[in-house]
Design a protein around this ligand. Structure first.
Ligand code: FAD
Ligand code: ZN
Length: 470
């Protein structure tokens, strides 16, 4: 057998094959620092043909292939296992916007374009690409597609799965599937692109995608609202959607302890409302019409919500600086939590209507067992997705508490399951939840997933040990 490093160098050029431990290090640990793996090499192909050549070289040598985008994933999906018998394929050099078609409301981006670069290319054509994450400066569209990323605008535009019309994929045997169709209607059998979206690199390497564009909103209004509780938050959401329709472009729940962390750790952060409301929501309305006067609409709707007892207090941003300050409170929760210290995190979804029941019952069950638990709950309740993080304020107690993660997960995930929810709403399974998911997916679903995996990747070379554990 040929020396695999030499074959890889032939495929991409020697400077783009890293095998020195120091050069490889940033690619071998995940963003949270939870997982570190080993690899024979990290390769940085420049285009689809080079990706295909890399895959063929790996297949020939029987090496596992770990695709990596911006390496901002939160489940260890882009980190190789410890075996060292793998090659990390970084897609970052595939960073061209191949085409923009404003009349068709689409663009074609290569996998290594950062999400921010895709948003900018859309804006340059006076269009919106609506996916928006706090990691958008670093994460890449190939990673977004592979994790089916969510974020704050899912309730209006859907998640990444709904934003892709076509894909180009390098298959595990090195062949290229050109599925870059820019069609909104195409009923010609199985929708193959959907297999690769959300597959976390276990079925092939996405090299390019046709993405949907939307009219660019020209006005928006944002408010921070204290609500009487999660039931009131859900009722307020329903009411706003009845009255304002698709103008409701974000509806984020923020629990008091989440806001407290931001106020404590993020310089310049200010509480938008007096008192210490237990539950608040950030509401955003957006419209393409310049003269939509959304502030007046939001003030009127919130006034009615105050009268109905759903809202207790509200602050509508009066200018762009205030809009940004309110959004910063929401977007800095993860960073504030990181500064505060380690916690047991959950990324769960339940039907929106069951969010109040989830919060009440999970809180009760956890406090009964761990009376000092601190619950930091926030998230995209407009689409039923909560980030539900648990810790103990005291560092030593916290270390002991973290050791009980499996028991805590059992309480939270069993309840999510009982309520018809999902234990991974938007971050994926990766290494983190590949075992946990076996408890919650039916045998038939697990079997179907294994069948798909075996059909597309019979040798199990694509990102082994992720998602389904093979
Ligand atoms: P990576 O981390 O590099 O990879 C993720 C997975 O996709 C891995 O399994 C990898 O093997 C696979 N992969 C990557 N590229 C390809 C490819 N081209 N072909 C095949 N497989 C590939 N996520 C959300 O959904 N919503 C949020 O609001 C959100 N906020 C975040 C905020 C912060 C501060 C951070 C750090 C992360 C956040 N994330 C969020 C998680 C993360 O940014 C997303 O999962 C993102 O989509 C990952 O993109 P990436 O390019 O970094 O992928
Ligand atoms: Zn999120």
């Amino acid at each position: 057998m040929n020396d695999p490093i030499r074959a890889l160098a032939e495929a991409v050029g020697a400077p783009h094959v890293l095998s020195d431990p120091e050069a490889m290090a940033p690619y071998l640990t995940d963003w949270r620092g939870r997982y570190t793996g080993n690899a024979l090499a990290v390769v940085r192909p420049a285009d689809t043909a080079q990706v295909a050549a890399v895959v063929r070289a790996c297949a020939e040598a029987g090496l596992a292939i770990v695709p990596q985008g911006g390496n901002t994933g939160l489940c260890g999906g882009a980190t190789p296992l410890q075996t060292g018998r793998s090659v990390v394929v970084s897609l970052s050099r595939l960073s061209r916007i191949r085409a923009v078609d404003p009349a068709n409301d689409t663009l074609v981006a290569e996998a290594g374009c950062t999400l921010a670069a895709v948003q900018e290319a859309a804006a340059a054509a006076d269009r919106l690409f609506p996916l928006s994450l706090a990691s958008e400066g670093s994460c890449e569209i190939g990673g977004n597609l592979s994790t089916n990323a969510g974020g704050v605008h899912v309730l209006r535009y859907g998640n990444t799965r709904e934003l892709a019309l076509g894909l180009e994929v390098v298959l595990p045997d090195g062949r290229v599937w050109d599925g870059l169709r820019a069609l909104r209607k195409d009923n010609t059998g199985y929708d193959l692109k959907q297999l690769f979206i959300g597959a976390e690199g276990t079925l092939g390497i996405i090299t390019a995608a046709v993405l949907k564009l939307f009219p660019r909103p020209r006005t928006r209004a944002v408010a921070w609202v204290a609500v009487a509780g999660p039931e009131a938050a859900v009722a307020l959401l329903s009411r706003l959607r009845e009255r304002c329709g698709d103008r409701v472009s974000a509806f984020e729940l923020v629990g008091r302890s989440a806001l407290e962390l931001v106020l404590r750790h993020i310089p310049g952060a200010r509480a938008p409302l007096g008192g210490e409301p237990e539950w608040t929501v950030l509401v955003e309305l957006a419209d393409t019409a310049e003269d939509a006067d959304l502030e007046a609409v939001l003030e009127r709707e919130l006034g009615a919500a105050l009268e109905a007892g759903l809202a207790l207090d509200a602050a509508v941003a009066a200018n762009l600086a205030q809009v940004q300050a309110l959004w910063a409170l929401r977007e800095n929760i993860s960073e504030a939590q990181r500064i505060e210290g380690i916690s047991i995190k959950h990324d769960v979804s339940v039907p929106v209507s069951r969010i109040p029941e989830f919060l009440a019952r999970a809180g009760e069950a956890l406090r009964a067992r761990w009376p000092e638990v601190r619950i930091v709950a926030f998230g995209h309740i407009g689409d039923g997705n909560l980030h539900y993080n648990l810790s103990r304020p005291d560092a030593q107690d916290n270390a002991r508490f973290i050791a009980t993660t499996p028991e805590v997960n059992r309480v939270v995930h069993d309840l999510v399951d009982e309520l018809g929810g999902s234990i991974s709403a938007e971050h994926g399974l990766g290494q983190l939840k590949r075992e946990e998911i076996k408890r919650y997916k039916s045998p038939i679903e697990l079997e179907l997933m294994a069948t798909v995996k075996a059909a597309l990747d019979p040798r199990g070379l694509m990102n082994p040990g992720k998602v389904i554990g093979v």
